[in-house]
Design a protein around this ligand. Sequence first.
Ligand SMILES: *Cc1c(COP(=O)(O)O)cnc(C)c1O
Length: 465
Amino acid sequence: MAENICDSLRRHAGDWALYEQAKDCALDYMRTVQDRPVFPAPAAIAALAAFREPLPDAPADPRDLLATLHRLGSPATVAQTGGRYFGFVNGGIIPAALAAKWLGDAWDQNAGLYVISPVASVLEEVCENWLVDLLGLPAGTAAGFVSGTSNASLCGLAAGRDFLLNRKGWDVGSRGLFGAPELRVVLGAGAHSTVYKALSILGLGKDRLIKVPVDNQGRMLADKLPPLDDNTLLILQAGNVSTGSFDPFAAILPRARAAGAWVHVDGAFGLWAAASPALRPLTAGLELADSWSVDAHKTLNAPYDNGIVLCRHRDALVRAMSMTGAYIVYSENRDGMNFTADMSRRARAVELWASLKALGRSGAAGLVEDLCRKARLFAAALQNADFRILNDVCFNQVLVACRDEALTKKTLENLQQSGECWCGPTQWQGETVIRISVCSYRTTDEDIERSVRAFVKARDDSAHA
Ligand SMILES: *Cc1c(COP(=O)(O)O)cnc(C)c1O
């Protein structure tokens, strides 16, 4: 007779060789990642078809399925931890954070409540304090630990919406938005698409926003701001996803505060500039905002998924996110679910704590500064090779184009197929261009030289095609 499933799972739980096998696969991957094609080869992608089977009837042997995952899955990954991945704004993984994540995975803690996981609660509290200190935010600022900036912006904007309406005597939590006083939502024309998504989920509408014109780097023009008032939700940006530029916080925030507006800053990757004394001028004035969103899985190089919502008004965030239930036991300690939309949640503060501890204050500054130095190096080398650089490289993003758009597109296609490095396209001022994000500590100066050679070859091959 077949073994009872729970009996067999209990047997596997003590199968130490299974976990050793996982460790061996992971180490094999990590040892070879720098030699893998940066984007998987067509054959590796085609082999993924083997995953597409009907749901099996019978349980699979865990060692077999792990072997399958490594055999089919590893070659079809994007080698973004290897040093020559410059797509989107994807960070590398700090070694200590990866190792801590493995231990945290074995713990499998639920970070919802102190009573479910004291260690998760304490690590969240420590990370909250460290982030406020590192980023120069107001004392008492609250942090919620979420999957990424999309989610963090949703939480920060929900807190702002509820705060503004509460001040007008309107409790959104109980009455919803039906018949509520109108809010004005003001944002820059260069705002990230996830901000629009958050606004639409929150019932604030994507099509009734007031868009402020921006300059040629995507920075909001402070003198084009409409009048602000205490019905205004204003969204600013630290780090434009194309150019890396920062809105002029010092010119805007004092006005916004005086008017009683709520200001949210999308700082997905750029907020980390505040961790560096050299780069902090880019974020000057940012501490006057009401809420901020930031990703640890970008510039800080924590593993996915790791985003943080920060809110000056602890009560407003908790009011927007809290819930009650007969079995919920709030404590005197930090209960993580009060600061996020989730109830059950993995303890991602484990990796965040490990990242911050592994870097320290000086390491965080050094990491961000080195990413920016490498972005400038990349831009200079490409310019020397007759590529056009379209942005002021003030942070870690570089916009690149060839002589004409057709050549740019063909060059990018060749580059992506080369396996040498990977960059994505973006639309910049009506033109399709190549976007580089230097976001991993793993990238060396040699990686940049090798990538520049790949750019040149990709362009030569296009021109001769
Ligand atoms: C990446 C990014 C986001 C979205 O963050 P996720 O972590 O992918 O949810 C939002 N805004 C900016 C500026 C970004 O760079």
